[in-house]
Every structure is written in C-alpha cells, then in structure tokens.
Design a protein around this ligand. Sequence first.
Ligand SMILES: [Zn+2]
Length: 262
Amino acid sequence: MLHYLHLNPEPFETIKIGEKTIEMRLYDEKRRKIKKGDVIEFQNRLNGEKIKAVVMNLYIFKSFEELYSKVDKAKLGYKKDDKASPNDMEQYYSKSDIEKYGAVGIEIKLLKDVTVANLVDAGICPTCFDRENNCCLYGNNKDKMLYENDKFECFLVGKPRAIGHIVISSKAHYKDMMEIPDDLCEEIFVFAKKTMKAIKKTYGSESVYLCTMCDGLMNHFHIQLIPRYDYEKRGSKNFVKERKDYIEDKEKIRQLRLILQK
Ligand SMILES: [Zn+2]
C-alpha cells in the first residue's frame, strides 16, 4: 500500500540523505493504516520534491515522551548538539489528540536503497514486496511468464539450473507448502504435473524433477521444476545444478504457453 506524507524542507532533506530514519507522527486513524512493508511517498512542502521510502518497522507509544525516551534522537533527525524534546511535537499536534491517539515512530529506508536481505531481516516478504511495487527488486518477468491466474503463476527462472527450469508460485503469501489450503495445493500440483509434461515435450528432457524447500518465515511458497537431460546423470544432484544465464527461446515459450494456457 502506498501512503502520502508531507514534510517541511529540513526533515525532508535529512530523510533524503538517509540521516533521519524514523518519522514521528500522531498515531491516528490515518497512520494506523500504515503497515510494515508499505511504501510512503514523502513530499517536500516547499518545493514539491518527492521521495519514496519503505516502512521497515513501526514503534507504537502512548506518548511522544515515551517515544523520545526509547528512540535514538539521531534517527529522529536531530543533530548531535540539538536538544531533543517531546514538546517539539506540540507544534504539530494538540495535547488532547496526543492523549487520545498516542505516537508512532515509523522506521523507514529509502526505496532506492532497499535490498532483498534488508526486507527479509525486517520480516517483509521480498516476493510480495516486489509484486506490490512494480517488480522493483527482481525486475519485470512478463517475458518469462507462461501462465497466470488469480491464485498462482508459472514462469521460467531468470537464473535457471537447467534450460527449461520453471517455478510455480502462489499469489497470496504462504511461507511454505504446509501453509497452503488443500484446494490450492491440489490445484497447483495438478498444474505442476501438466507443466512437467509440457517441459518434457517442449525441451525433449528425459525427466523433470520437482522440489519445494521453502524455509524461513519470509520465504514465499513456490515449487521448482527442473529438467534432467539425457547427458546428465540421474539423482539428487540435479536439484543443485549450477545456475546459468537465461537465454530466451521465443519459440519454446510460445509452445509452453500454448500447452499451459489450454
Ligand atoms: Zn510473500
């Protein structure tokens, strides 16, 4: 979800250069909609300049006093010699509103600096984040997409372990196979069977291996289909074949789509 916040020029600049990493706000209805992994577009009140940042964490307090006592003042945008006081917030919000709603510290990271590792460390699923933010992490893979519906998608892997290495991934976030509902599990695995046959036919592989080994909270459920060709030995080493560069084969993509979209 995208949120919009306005800023005075000084805090805007300190956010832009990455010094200020926690934005303080009244925790009212509008800010209660902000969730970890959302994107905030900050706009400079003076010149209209905009910058996007990702919400990495939220710190919720009863008051700004509590927030100031627990959060590093440099992260709030104060310089070393500045006197940081919760009363500074009273120029923005009334005492009664502060009492009613409390305060929130929104920890942010500039969108341009966000990496997959940052997101995982913050407890944000990179796959979901990428899909919600125009493929900003992994790039657009529409050219590799073979089949898509509202529940799952099936695409060629960008750095494949074999030519024709395909992934099927759920649209909604499930951390592994144990989490997916039975009907979706059934649908994906029946589709995987169809895809394995399509790989074998299209690429002339001898067999196709299937694995799913999502591990960790921030993994996003997917299954992998890896072809084994006649010049390769049978066995589990096929699951860890060295990744190679993806070479686009438009004719094979056309054939696969024809089979899978039927
Ligand atoms: Zn996810």
